[in-house]
Design a protein around this ligand. Structure first.
Ligand SMILES: Nc1nc2c(ncn2[C@@H]2O[C@H](COP(=O)(O)OP(=O)(O)OP(=O)(O)O)[C@@H](O)[C@H]2O)c(=O)[nH]1
Ligand SMILES: [Mg+2]
Length: 395
């Protein structure tokens, strides 16, 4: 859950960035003509600038310069921008509170941003390290009641990995249910990788499915069993599947593997005071037990921005989850999913990105593996009767 303080910090962050962009654009416009800037940069052979930067500078439109480009210009070309030949000092040390020049503010913002960026980079590297060791893309099944934010969570994780928001999985509008087929997102697809060489090819595969219905779990446990065994193809129509199962129909021939075998289950719930996820958790346990599988389970508490539970109630709920799935607290992630509007407004919660990536890294721990247990075959049950004190087998 984002605390009030974090939220304030993010807003200030965005506000500072926006204000600084405007201030520096204004500064630039006041101190140098676009043509002079272009000439000088060309004279110095575009040192420190990318192709994209050069194009933006050549447009001569200072309003298009973003904060990163402005920073580069002030730090590297400050002596031509300011008449007195000043450069903005670019230091690695955070300025003291009594340092109040424009240069100091710029440095504060830059150091703060770089620190956070570095942490995210470390998280991505840890994930890559874990997945590289497996040489296999782990398939993560996203399960939970309908509308808890399963598809949004897949989009959130993919945004954290790629840095760009796309609606990879379709998100439901308002209260209507959306996902009705087996939606499989593999790394080659979401990272647009074409060569087998790429180490990122072993990033996880996400399997999004139709939402579970607490009132009628029966068809879902059958679907779940099929999916866990990789017996359903991507794009299988799960609503149709449910309807047929509800009518008591048996599926015709389905022994072959057609989809990814699930390596870990990610159970989602959106905690609210009137909800109780116990039934769903018990049902998942029943399915796993019945089919003799031990599959690592992780839990995501979504929509924490709408959660009305007090801190103590959240802790109680976590304890309940841990005892039901027999897992540790560190397997539970609290999260607020990204929405399309977040990426448009520039709202970017870097701490949440880091948390999501670390959570994913722990799911992708190469030592954590699914186990299909072997059950010995036994003869059919026999019953005994006693005749004159002797045990006689009765068939
Ligand atoms: N406030 C808030 N809304 C969210 C969050 N995550 C998802 N939503 C909204 O909840 C609704 C359902 O989201 P989905 O991602 O489609 O949920 P789902 O579990 O995939 O739904 P089904 O596929 O129908 O089972 C959408 O309107 C989302 O925008 C969140 O963290 N906070
Ligand atoms: Mg969905």
């Amino acid at each position: 859950m984002i605390t009030r303080n974090q939220e304030r910090r993010f807003r200030i962050d965005i506000a500072i960035r926006d204000v600084m962009t405007k201030t520096f654009q204004h500064f630039l416009a006041k101190h140098i003509l676009p043509a002079d800037l272009i000439n000088e940069i060309e004279r110095r052979r575009h040192k420190h600038l990318s192709e994209e930067d050069k194009k933006t500078i050549q447009s001569g439109n200072f309003d298009k310069f973003d904060v990163t480009l402005l920073n580069k210009l002030f730090v590297n070309y400050g002596d031509i921008i300011f008449e007195n030949g000043l450069r903005i000092v670019c230091s690695k040390e955070m300025p003291y509170p009594n340092h109040v020049t424009v240069s100091d503010d710029f440095n504060r913002l830059r150091i703060y941003r770089n620190k956070r960026k570095k942490r995210i980079l470390t998280s991505i590297n840890n994930l890559t390290e874990n997945t590289k060791q497996m040489r296999k893309s782990k398939a993560l099944l996203i399960v939970g009641e309908y509308g808890v934010g399963k598809s949004s969570f897949v989009n959130t994780v993919l945004t954290a990995i790629t840095g760009i928001y796309h609606e990879h999985c379709q998100v439901a509008q308002a209260s209507s249910s959306k996902t009705n087929y087996l939606d499989v997102k593999c790394p080659a697809e979401y990272l647009k990788i074409t060569t087998d060489e790429d180490e990122k090819l072993w990033y996880p595969t996400f399997v999004d499915m139709v939402g579970m219905d607490k009132a009628n779990f029966a068809p879902f446990d059958i679907i779940l069993e099929y999916i866990l065994d990789g017996k359903l193809k991507p794009f299988t129509d799960l609503t149709d599947f449910c309807n047929n199962i509800k009518k008591g129909r048996k599926m015709v021939q389905m022994e072959k593997r057609e989809g990814p075998i699930v390596d870990a289950i990610v159970f989602l719930l959106a905690p609210k005071s009137e909800q109780n996820p116990t039934v769903l958790m018990e049902n998942i346990n029943i399915v796993l037990k019945r089919s003799a599988k031990e599959i690592p389970i992780f839990v995501v508490m979504t929509k924490m921005d709408e959660c009305d539970l007090a801190e103590e109630a959240i802790r109680d709920l976590k304890r309940k989850i841990c005892s039901s799935f027999v897992i540790n607290m560190d397997r539970i992630l609290e999260c607020v999913n990204y929405k399309r509007s977040d990426s448009q407004s520039g709202w970017w919660d870097n701490d949440a990105v880091e948390k999501v990536l670390n959570f994913l890294t722990s799911i992708c721990d190469p030592h954590l593996q699914r186990r299909d247990l072997i059950r010995m075959e036994f003869e059919k049950e026999t019953s005994f009767i006693h005749v004159d004190g002797e045990k006689v087998t009765y068939f």
